[in-house]
Ligand binder design. Structure first.
Ligand code: TXA
Ligand code: MG
Length: 344
């Protein structure tokens, strides 16, 4: 299959929507990461997403809507709880995914056999106009090959999926850079399943206390039951080894420089201020106090680890676990297969 690279002109969005109406799969930009979209109400179309990504079929997908009214218009849920409405009013359109009890209209391919469905109203203009133009709602996981870092540019998507999907709509680099915050309201106490730009603190201001699932910050035990099937799978890990370093900037720099003395194939994912002090090759991800900039660049940095093709091991600062730092930590700790060196 020849994958079309489309722009954001009206005719191009129309062309992408035609593919979707015909049961095809198209990658679209969102404010978080690129998504690989298909008609969420067409099980056969949704199957093609799993095939293209080589995603395990037991990992459910997020349904993307273009306005809050779509939930009732398409009858997507069997229960739209008060707390979900409050969160939707506060954070939609935007990088928050809300899990609720599903209706019968949701195909098994989308919910992977669960009784719930994840719903998100993205703020990206192209995503919203594509959903509208397609006349349906769109199931869309991140548009990467399963296991690799989520794509934040159209080129990342092309590198992973060219030849396997109908088209990519190029909307430039994604603003947020990490995937949406995922919260379930299908449990007695609301529970965070994946941290993102919308933080625990911000959510608690709207609906009160929420639980943070153990797997957000800790490695799953082999017999532990997962709240979200995606938690089971290896994520974001480049081929070169990534190791997190817990310590202040000075000890990070000393540590990396020492390692580099013995082995010139080590490198660093580092803050902008570190570059001039480090002897190794570096991949900068923004200023140390700018967590949003770090989120914006994180996945591109992880992709560069392999693209630069010169590293055996790359050291990265271990982020704080609060606020937006929780989202960074959650992705980096997986990229590092939970390997942390503590210098404190
Ligand atoms: O920002 C995002 O959320 C991006 C863009 C494209 O919208 N999408 C995304 O989708 O990251 P994906 O499939 O890569 O990640 C969705 C996560 C998976 O870990 C999946 O297991 C979980 O959400 N999930 C989806 N539906 C669920 C459900 N009903 N119950 C529990 N977890 C669910
Ligand atoms: Mg993903």
């Amino acid at each position: 299959m020849n994958t079309l690279l489309l722009g954001s002109k009206t005719e191009e969005i129309k062309k992408a929507a035609e593919f979707l109406k015909d049961g095809g799969v198209v990658a679209m930009p969102t404010e978080t990461v690129y998504g690989l979209a298909a008609d969420a109400l067409n099980g056969e179309a949704v199957k093609k997403i799993f095939l293209a990504k080589r995603r395990p079929m037991d990992n459910p997908l997020i349904v993307h809507i273009s306005e809050i009214e779509d939930i009732e218009r398409f009858n997507l849920v069997s229960d739209f709880p008060k707390k979900a409405k409050l969160l939707a009013e506060k954070f939609w359109p935007g990088p928050l995914t809300i899990i609720m009890k599903k209706s019968d209209i949701i195909p098994d391919e989308v919910s992977a056999g669960l009784s719930t469905v994840a719903i998100r109203l993205p703020s990206h203009k192209i995503a919203r106009s594509l959903i509208k133009e397609s006349g349906t709602v769109l199931a869309a996981p991140s548009a990467n090959r399963s296991g690799s870092p989520s794509p934040t540019t159209a080129m990342h998507v092309m590198n992973d999926l060219s030849g396997d999907i109908e088209a990519v709509v190029d909307g430039g680099m994604c603003d947020v850079g990490v995937e949406s915050t995922v919260i379930t309201l299908a449990t007695k106490t609301p529970r965070l399943l994946r941290p993102g730009l919308v933080t625990v603190e911000e959510i608690e201001e709207v609906i009160g206390h929420i639980d943070v699932d153990h797997a957000v910050l800790f490695k799953l035990e082999s017999d532990e039951k997962v709240s979200s099937p995606g938690m089971k799978y290896k994520h974001y890990a480049p081929k070169a080894k990534v190791v997190l370093i817990n310590g202040d900037s000075k000890s990070f720099i000393n540590f990396v420089n020492n390692e580099f003395e013995n082995d010139s194939t080590v490198g660093a994912i580092c803050y902008d201020e570190d570059i001039k002090h480090l002897k190794s090759k570096t991949i900068p991800i923004g200023k140390s106090d700018d967590l949003q900039a770090q989120a914006h660049l994180l996945f591109d940095a992880l992709r560069q680890v392999d693209e630069l093709d010169c590293f055996t091991t790359v050291y990265a600062h271990c982020p704080t676990k609060t606020g937006v730092g929780m989202a960074l930590y959650n992705r980096l700790i997986r990229a590092a297969s939970f390997e942390v060196i503590d210098l404190e």
